[in-house]
Design a protein around this ligand. Structure first.
Ligand code: FMN
Ligand code: SF4
Ligand code: SF4
Length: 441
């Protein structure tokens, strides 16, 4: 049977499923309940000088039938006294010595960092996570994402922390930056033992049409929040990839966070180089019990593929993620519709005719509702297969014989790329498009 245990920068845990620092890790009660349910680790709700929170605090993007497709919060770090949190960390470690309890920290001065590190170490925390990500409230006070956006400051604080700590240090990065490698490298150069990402993304999820204030509305006003949940997973995975492909940053383990909800999400983050994951929104939505599906699914995946440990497939997708200029321009796919499963909804026709390449024809015979692909017009863009409501009804079929290979980089070297506005070597030159007046027929 697959062994799910991990050793993350020296922090041992029975599995890679950790709770992210957030409301589900606000108290010892919640963390013990989570460990009982099957979570292998938890990052405590960020500790610091306790704050005062506003009411209300959360907003969401509901997409069609899906509640909380994106989630937004304007909550700050813990509002509970430090002594209470420390006492509960100690208690949790007594009951669960083999689970990972990480103390997330956010303070200002070097002296404060040194003191709080001592406190959480004495309480028995297995590691420290530096919250350089909170994009609301705390950043106005020079902390959180204000640090995550300044690599030099970030590096200095990591150095302070490393000098003071005798347990592993994880630096949690903010995604509110255009080039994640800059803070990632700063954390590595500062001596961090590991990196975790992402924290939340600055956002406005909606405007109330009566008060004209952004959600969540606090007495007629609002502010930007931090966005998370399923909507941010693609951004998190891209940033994870950037760090995991970096020759220096990848020397430290990376914990993936952002939109993780199912075992498949977990596997994808591991394939991109993560060796543990953290979850917040999915637990706030569905509770601690979701870890059972994660564990069963991950085990099944590993058994099916013959992997014994997480490390057997960590980063396996990375060699396949390259720059656009190295993609094979000779590869050719076209759409194919399965007439046996098509329900004749015409969504593919509408999408292709209005939004793509006019490569789908409606049936002329009224007894048959299945559209047809005009193969010579199809550029293989995928749009029709993405809009089709029937799983696998439209598939993309390979048409090249695999013998030819040329990339933009190779063509550039061979002086075979378009260089004028009317260059014959352009991909769309001579490609069919209807006459403008055909639109009026
Ligand atoms: C309500 C709320 C409070 C949060 N508080 C913290 C916090 O105190 N410290 C921290 O590092 N991250 C905090 N986060 C960010 C999460 O730890 C996590 O990085 C983010 O939500 C992305 O993960 P998710 O998509 O699984 O929610 C908070 C998130 C939410 C939704
Ligand atoms: S793959 Fe693109 S171009 Fe081809 S039929 Fe579908 S939508 Fe049209
Ligand atoms: S979108 Fe799918 S189901 Fe609808 S007509 Fe096209 S192929 Fe058929």
């Amino acid at each position: 049977m697959a062994d799910l245990s991990i050793n993350f920068a020296g922090i041992k845990a029975p599995n890679p499923f950790w709770l992210a620092s957030a409301p589900p890790t606000n108290s010892g009660y919640q963390i013990m309940k989570a460990f009982e349910a099957g979570w292998g680790g938890a990052v405590w709700k960020t500790l610091g000088v306790p704050v005062i929170n506003v009411s209300s605090r959360y907003g969401a993007v509901n997409y069609r039938d899906t509640r909380m497709m994106g989630f937004n919060n304007i909550e700050l770090i813990t509002d509970r006294p430090l002594a209470d949190n420390l006492r509960e960390i100690e208690e949790v470690k007594k009951y669960f010595p083999d689970h990972a309890v990480i103390a997330s920290l956010m303070v200002e001065s070097r002296a404060e960092w040194e003191q709080i590190i001592k406190d959480v170490q004495n309480a028995g925390a297995d590691g420290i996570e530096l919250n350089f990500g909170c994009p609301h409230g705390m950043c106005e006070r020079g902390m959180g994402s204000a640090v995550g956006q300044e690599p030099e400051v970030l590096k200095t604080i990591v150095e302070w922390v490393k000098a003071a700590a005798n347990i592993p240090v994880i630096t949690k990065l903010s995604p509110n930056i255009s080039h994640i490698v800059d803070p990632g490298l700063a954390a590595y150069q500062g001596g961090t033992d590991a990196i975790s990402l992402i924290n939340t993304i600055k956002s406005i999820v909606g405007i109330d049409l009566d008060s004209y204030a952004p959600y969540p509305v606090v007495d007629g006003k609002g502010t930007n929040g931090g966005y998370c949940g399923p909507a941010v997973k693609p951004i998190a995975m891209h940033m994870l990839k950037d760090l995991a492909q970096h020759p220096e940053i990848s020397k430290v383990p990376i914990c993936g966070i952002g939109g993780i909800e199912t075992w498949r999400d977990v596997v994808e983050f591991i394939l991109l180089g993560a060796t543990s994951v953290q979850v917040c929104t999915a637990v706030m939505h569905y509770g601690f019990g979701i870890v059972r599906e994660m564990e069963a699914g991950l085990r099944q995946f590993m058994d099916d593929k013959g992997y014994n440990t997480i490390y057997d497939f960590t980063g396996k997708a990375l060699p396949n993620i390259t720059e656009w200029k190295h993609l094979n321009l000779e590869h050719k796919v076209v759409a194919e519709i399965n007439p046996n499963t098509c329900v004749g909804c015409d969504l593919c026709y509408i999408a292709c005719d209005d939004g793509a390449h006019q490569a789908i024809a409606l049936p002329t015979d009224l007894t048959n509702r299945v559209p047809s692909i005009i193969e010579e017009n199809c550029v293989g863009c995928n749009l029709c297969s993405l809009v089709c409501p029937i799983e696998n009804c439209i598939t993309m079929v390979k048409k090249d014989d695999g013998t030819k290979h040329s990339t933009w980089a190779e063509r550039t070297d061979a002086d075979q790329v378009p260089t004028t506005f009317d260059d014959d070597r352009a991909g769309g030159k001579g490609h069919f498009v209807p006459k403008p007046s055909d639109a009026l027929k």
